[in-house]
Structure formats: C-alpha cells, structure tokens
Ligand binder design. Structure first.
Ligand SMILES: Cc1cc2nc3c(=O)[nH]c(=O)nc-3n(C[C@H](O)[C@H](O)[C@H](O)COP(=O)(O)OP(=O)(O)OC[C@H]3O[C@@H](n4cnc5c(N)ncnc54)[C@H](O)[C@@H]3O)c2cc1C
Length: 425
C-alpha cells in the first residue's frame, strides 16, 4: 500500500453513508478518498439492514430527508436498473392492534400530512381487502404507497461502484487511526500508511464514530445495540407489501422469501451495557427506563469485544439473539397461517449506532473547522443515505446544506434540547 495522496475530502467508513457522501462530492468535481477498515464496502450495518425505505413513522425532523431520499432511490433505480438497488415502492403498512397502536399510527399520519406526504389510514375492511391472508383482529392500518424497500448489500455495492466510477478512491483494509488537527485546522486523517492530507474530513464510520471522535475531544452519546434478523424459505408469492407490525416486521424478497425483523412495540434491539453506554449514561437513562425489559445488564462478550475494539479492528461478528428469532418467526407465522411452518433459512445480527433521541448526528460540530459527522443513524441510515450524501456533500462544497439539519446537531445533547425519543428502531 502506498502513502495516501492528498485529497479535498477524506471520508472515514465505506458504509452506505460514507459511499453516498463520496459519490455526491465526486460528482461535484472534488477529489475524495474513502478509508474503510473492512475488506470491502458495506460489511457492517449497511449490508445487514432489513432494507426498509420508509418515510412514514419518522421523527418529523427526518421526514424531509426521507422524502428526498425516496426520490433519489427512484432516480438511481431508473438509471441503473432494479437489480442494482432492489428498490421497489410497493407500500409499507403499519397495522394497529390496540388503542395505543392506533394513536401511534394517527400521530404518524398527522406528521406525514404536515409534510405533504401521502399516507392513508385504512379501516379494518380496507385492510382485509388489501391483504386477505392477514390473520388477527386489527383496528386499522397506516399505508404509505410510495414507501418500499431495497436490497441492502446490492444497493450499497452499487453506490460504492458508482462512487469509484466517479473517481473516488476507496482504500479498503485501511483503518483510520485518528484525525489530524493542527492549530484548530483539520489536516487530514492518520492511517497506518501515514497522514492523508485533506481539506475536510467526514466521520461516517457508524459504530466506530464515537470512539474516533473521542480521541479528538468530541463527545458523541452513541450506544451500540444489536438487532437480530431472520430470512425465511421461499413461499408462493402472495404480497409485495412490507409491514411494520406491532410484534413483527417483514418485507418480501423477489424469490418469495421474507426478511423478518422485530415489531414496533417493545421487543426491538438488545441493549448490552457497553463502555460508551456507561460514559453517556445520563443521556440514555430515559430511554433505558422506557425499554427496561430489553436491557441485558451484562458485562459479557459485547462489553469485552467493544472494550477491545479499536478504530483499526472491527468488534467481530455480533451474536444473534435466538430467543428473538424464534419469537419473531412465531409472530410472522401467526400473521399468515396459510404459510404453515414456513422454515427460517438464515439469520444474522447487526450492530446499530443509537443516539438517545433516535435521530442521527449530522453536523459540522466545530465552527471554522472542516470536520463533519454523519453517524448515529439509529437504525434509519440505509433509507436516508442518498439524501445524506446530497446534504453533506452540499454542506462541504457550497458551505451549507440544502435542507435544515439543525435538529441533528451534536450540541443538542449538551444544550438539553434533544428531541423527545419515540423509542423504536
Ligand atoms: C439488523 C439491522 C437492520 C436495519 N434495518 C434498517 C432498515 O430497514 N432501514 C434503514 O434505513 N436502516 C436500517 N438499519 C440501519 C442501517 O443499516 C444503518 O443506519 C446504515 O447502514 C448506516 O450506514 P453507515 O454507513 O453509517 O454505517 P456502516 O454500514 O456500519 O458503515 C460504517 C463503516 O465504517 C467502517 N469503520 C468504522 N471505523 C472505522 C475506522 N476507524 N477506519 C475505517 N473504517 C472504519 C466500518 O467498517 C463500516 O464499514 C438496520 C441496521 C441493522 C443492523
């Protein structure tokens, strides 16, 4: 490996966020290098996501980003073909079982309407007409026709390839060890091959961002949580809708199989108590109180793994939660009795960079210094990535983003202005 050449922008992390920012910057004519500690782009969160690309049910601050991202997903798919992204807008359905669920979908409907997003509340007969195979008693459902899903691994690989075609240099197996600062000015990033000089640096390194930030005095309250996913065997196709239900979420794949994740009510991610969680305990306490049933108050493998993890080494394969797999599969089979005992064929887990208010940190935290952060995506970064690319690239190239990103500033945690979390991933 040769000494990295000076660039306009150095990006840490080749997940879907880092690659999207790099692509947009390169299309604006800037020289960009992306440094990735893994063997290829997208191996951590970005290839492990469920693949939901949703605008509905988002924090209001995220809706404009989600709407822009939806349009960019459509554009990329129209230009590159369905196989390149897997992006399809077959609608996402959020059914309500209890009065509390109903209040939740009504609030999401109001938020969406406030931003001109077309969502509909379906009555129980309308829901039955749309998805006759769905068992259970439902009070209604929220449907956003324009929402959909994409294939995470394929889409991330496509964005990385487009970035390379646009001139971005992707340094894989090339961890960033630190950000070089001199006299308040960002000099570049430090790697095992030496300093890569850069006019601007972007921390887009997912679960590694808080650790790298800490070395230069940036305190990012990000906790790493784990989410477990199942993939079923193929079934005779009967729906192209994706659903985010109270007990289980699913999306269909083109081959008739389903990707299965947790529902919106309760049983989401595993909250291992890890070193960064201790550091930022006061920020996370309200979320812990709400989610105490999911806390795993252990200092087990995840704690030690994350203690040992450095910027140069990923913390290793995250463990799957077998009890949650079984529960989610059982909840899915209960929704569609006609599928019988449709078997689970694969499972995996992924680490998620969670902030206390469950919205990301997208910021230039030190005025006058060209350091940008795009991390803490709290389980939403796959869907938002094309818009994050556009916004952060615009910020760097034009001096300001196109949309108002103030809700995502890092200082909200120290100002005590963190948005109230509706805590679900
Ligand atoms: C199970 C699961 C399901 C999800 N489902 C959805 C979903 O349906 N919809 C949705 O929108 N989002 C979903 N998400 C969240 C989504 O996957 C993430 O928000 C998104 O992928 C974040 O992208 P990223 O590029 O920031 O992070 P990552 O993909 O994690 O990329 C960060 C990269 O930085 C690299 N890195 C870290 N430290 C360093 C260093 N020091 N030097 C060099 N490289 C470094 C890592 O190796 C990694 O490749 C899900 C996540 C998981 C785990």
């Amino acid at each position: 490996m040769t000494h990295p050449q000076p660039v306009d922008v150095a990006i840490v992390g080749a997940g879907i966020i880092g690659c999207s920012i790099a692509l947009d910057l390169a299309r604006r004519g800037l020289r960009v290098s992306v440094f990735e500690r893994g063997a290829e782009a997208g191996q951590e969160q970005s290839s492990r996501a469920w693949g939901f690309v949703r605008q509905q049910g988002r924090h209001p601050a995220e809706i404009p980003l989600a709407a822009e991202a939806n349009a960019l997903w459509r554009e990329m798919t129209a230009q590159r073909g369905l196989a390149a992204t897997g992006f399809e807008t077959n609608g996402i359905l959020t059914p309500a079982e209890t009065a509390e669920d109903e209040a939740r979908i009504e609030a999401a409907h109001r938020d969406a309407a406030g931003f001109g997003l077309r969502t509909r509340i379906l009555s129980p007969p309308e829901l039955k007409g749309l998805l006759p195979q769905l068992a259970g008693t439902w009070r209604g459902a929220l449907l956003t026709d324009g929402d959909g899903y994409a294939e995470p691994a394929a889409a991330t690989a496509t964005i990385a390839r487009l970035a390379a075609e646009a001139g971005v240099i992707l340094h894989t197996g090339h961890p960033v060890l630190g950000v070089a600062l001199r006299g308040g000015v960002v000099e570049g990033v430090e790697t095992a091959q030496g300093l890569c000089r850069a006019g601007a640096v972007v921390l887009a390194n997912g679960v590694g961002a808080a650790g790298l930030g800490r070395r230069i005095g940036l305190a990012m309250p990000v906790q790493v949580v784990r989410s477990t996913v199942a993939g079923t065997a193929k079934a005779a196709p009967f729906t192209r809708l994706a659903m985010w239900g109270p007990r289980v979420a699913f999306r269909p794949r083109p081959d008739g199989s389903f990707v299965i994740g947790n529902g919106y009510r309760g049983a989401g991610a595993d909250y291992d108590i890890t070193p960064n969680a201790w550091r930022h305990l006061r920020h996370f306490l309200p979320a812990y109180r709400r989610n105490w049933r999911q806390l795993r108050l252990t200092m087990g493998r995840e704690f030690l793994g994350q203690m040992r993890a450095t910027g140069s080494a990923a913390p290793g394969e995250p463990p799957v939660n077998r009890a949650k797999l079984a529960r989610n599969m059982a909840a899915f089979r209960a929704l569609f009795p006609h599928l019988g005992e449709l078997p689970m064929e694969r499972s995996w887990a992924g680490r998620i960079d969670l902030t206390p208010d469950v919205i990301p940190i997208i910021d230039r935290p030190w005025a006058g210094r060209d350091l940008y952060v795009a991390a803490g995506f709290s389980g939403h970064g796959f869907a938002l990535a094309p818009s994050i690319g556009r916004q952060v690239a615009g910020w760097i190239a034009d001096g300001h983003p196109g949309l108002d990103l103030s809700a995502f500033r890092l200082a909200r945690f120290t100002e005590g202005n963190a948005a109230g979390a509706r805590h679900s991933l």
